[in-house]
Design a protein around this ligand. Sequence first.
Ligand code: ADP
Ligand code: MG
Ligand code: MG
Length: 935
Amino acid sequence: MTKKWVYLSRSASEELAQTLGHEPDLAEMKVIFGGKGAGLANMTGTKLPVPPAFTITTEACVEYMQSGEFPEGMWEQTVEALKDIEAQTGKKFGDPANPLLVSVRSGARQSMPGMMDTVLNLGLNDETRATLAELTGNEWFSYDAYRRFITMFSDIVMGYPREHFEQKLEELKKREGVRTDTEVSLEGMKGLVEEYKAMYKARFGEDFPTDPYKQLELAIKAVFDSWNGARAVAYREHQGIPHDWGTAVNVQTMVFGNMGNDSATGVAFSRDPATGKHEYLYGEFLSNAQGEDVVAGIRTPQRITLADSRNWAESQGVSEKDRATLYPSLEETMPEMYHQFLDIVDTLEHYYRDMQDMEFTIERGKLWMLQTRTGKRTAAAAVRIAVDLANEGMIDKEEAIMRVDPTYVDLLLRPSFDPQVEKKLIAKGLNASPGAAVGVAVFDAARAQELAGEGKNIILVRPETAPDDVPGMLVSKGVLTQKGGATSHAAVVARGNNLPCVAGCEEISVDVARRQFAAGNVVIKEGDIISIDGFNGEVYTGSVPMIEAEYEKQTALLTLLEWADEIRTLGVRTNADLPQDAQRAVAFGAEGIGLCRTEHMFFDERARDAVVRMIMAGDDKEKRHAALDEMLPFQEQDFEGVFEAMDGKPVIMRLIDPPMHEFLPPREELIEKVATLKCTDPDSPELAEKEKMLKVVTAQWEVNPMMGLRGCRAGIMYQGLTEMQTRAYFQAACRCAKRGIDVIPEVMIPLVGHVNELKMEREKLERVAQQVMEEEGIEIEYMFGTMIEVPRAALTAGEIAEYAQFFSFGTNDLTQMTFGYSRDDAEGKFLLKYVEGFDTGEVDANGEPVLTPILEANPFQTLDQAGVGRLVQMCVEEGKAAKPELEIGICGEHGGDPDSIDFCHRVGLDYVSCSPYRVPVARLAAAQATIRHSK
Ligand code: ADP
Ligand code: MG
Ligand code: MG
């Protein structure tokens, strides 16, 4: 028996069950039928009105790509399936008396909008066209359908670009003095079809194919081939979709939205893909139009619901009277269709338990569903929809949490334009994808890529976008288009990639050739800075300042994070050095400070002089102590602020970490200064001082400062330093406690490599802490611990744990020292290339070079689980074996990275600590880790 390559939509899931030996789930159906085919099968199975169809599997495409021919039996099965459709419709493929017309539609496992090809109206020739005219009583329509078919077939199947055909249509419209396609005369359409056929013959030396079976065969091959088209390949590269999946082909009975004013075609989202709101359906339609017209932006599409239509009119400055006559909603013009559609949308949402993106066509008062898929959405919409679906009982809280990519949370905390600032508004379009963007105007994708490569921020400005523009869109900060609606290509791609986008901005006129656009009397040329606001659709000249996102007002996000807190077992702390950072982190949900870097306080201008004097003092004990005494109040003041902000939450203070020379002027600068002063003012006291400083700086100079005198080594070598910091910290803690603040102090020693370092520092610290508490007359509990950031410390965790109550992994240094990569130099010198990969002569299926990387990811961004992670894991095991109550966290950059957080959860850390803005991301990622590993 030959393999099954073709499945009828009406029985696809049962038949696949037979092939597989079990009921297929949605994912399995998508693998074989592609997303579109699976959707058609499911909708048909749910008894929704779907034009009869069948699907040729992705497996057939894979076979075809290897051999260049249809796999054995596929064509016979296709013809067989056509018979079934003929029986269902009572029409016959190629029958001049009652012709069946079909569409041949691509559809991969994962949706690749607009990346591959679809041919509509297939089966038309002179004879069937004439019958179509007769049966419908609409000759104009028959020619319209025919000219569309010739255009699509020539373009997609034969590679004769559609622009040539569209240009003829434009010329015809000009000749007839009409604006829209539907106004073209019957004679005009007739003539156009003849012209098209002549063009075809002139180009290919033969007549346009009249045999519907030949048309079908070629169209199926063309759709298979479109999987390897340049657009599709580029899109897969960017989205990380494997090249060997192949596309399915769906052959479907045509229904016509272009049969007159009782016909229409449209697209809709069950919830607003920009905000997630679902007060009404979000979608557009055109009456008397066929499929692609809506997305192509040929006419201004109308809204589906009345409420949405009114909002749209208001935002576009269209009067209610004009709206109701020129752009009425579907709800008004075809109320029956509208209500039927609402029911279908509801059914589909419940079936898929997610927001749906749908295509439909109304043919002479009958509604047909043509596609449904889970809709792409912005970060804000993703959060809102997940929370709403859980509240509506369609999914549970855990699923809601799993549905939101943690990086989306980061996006929601992004800034928007400052409403207080006066702006120069030059135009207003549709708010197609939210977010604020500032950049230079660029008018084509290639130029955008070039300038982005030079590090420029770009706003891509186009009349409208097509799939070829995608690479340029992806390197831009925002997109502005003159034409196209809220479901136009630009809008969909922008939302899917979280790019701010203003679409359909008819107030501008884009002149690509001259690289400029005009808005009223303002002309913006390539390179001029503009700002676009995807929240409200406004376009401004110049660079508009931004303000921070209002976290507290994002109620859906707050709810989702509350749910995350109920579920996660991993704690989330923050790395904050100053009181205001600590406050912000608490607002974001931080449960403590995992790392308070005290050196930031040393950089404080007020203390700076004293810091320099302390270093310069050398062996002069008196001078050194005097300088330290001066520094103390500044440190203490900041600590008090931090304790106040963290009332009731632990605060880990880390003793000074960086090399001391960082607090002194750079050596080169001093050399220059000394040389200048020697010439200009040789007797000045300034020269004497600079010379002395140069001497100290020279003495301190190290070949490799990151492995030099820093961390606990500095604390040990600079006598009095650890004591001063400890005193400042405990004075602050005691004084805050006396004011009724609940303080939980924890002190952390950096860069320990040998247990004796820890022992020595700990003794000093305990002594000072005790002393301060006696002076202040109050006892407070505190913890003492160490960072684990030198591999030797991780390897001797058992010994170290005896002297520490907590460990905190400093994975930045630990990564640096485990790999032996200098953090400061590696990225610029070789690390990025290591990740990007090298050309070793390997090529892919298309002969394109494949880069071979050395590292899968940058280990400073994503924790290297095999190496650094192994050290972490060993250290946790041995540390806890030596001291079961040992508390363990991470305070490196990785503490805010979702993959690394998952790792931290698995190895049993107690908490992660990250920068304030990453705290919400970490809360969600920690909950996801809990859910993922509890199953
Ligand atoms: P894409 O994946 O690019 O959206 P589709 O296969 O969905 O391509 O088809 C393009 C357009 O043609 C869509 O608007 C779709 O609704 C319409 N279309 C496809 N098949 C049919 C059909 N059998 N009858 C009417 N319209 C169709
Ligand atoms: Mg589609
Ligand atoms: Mg460190």
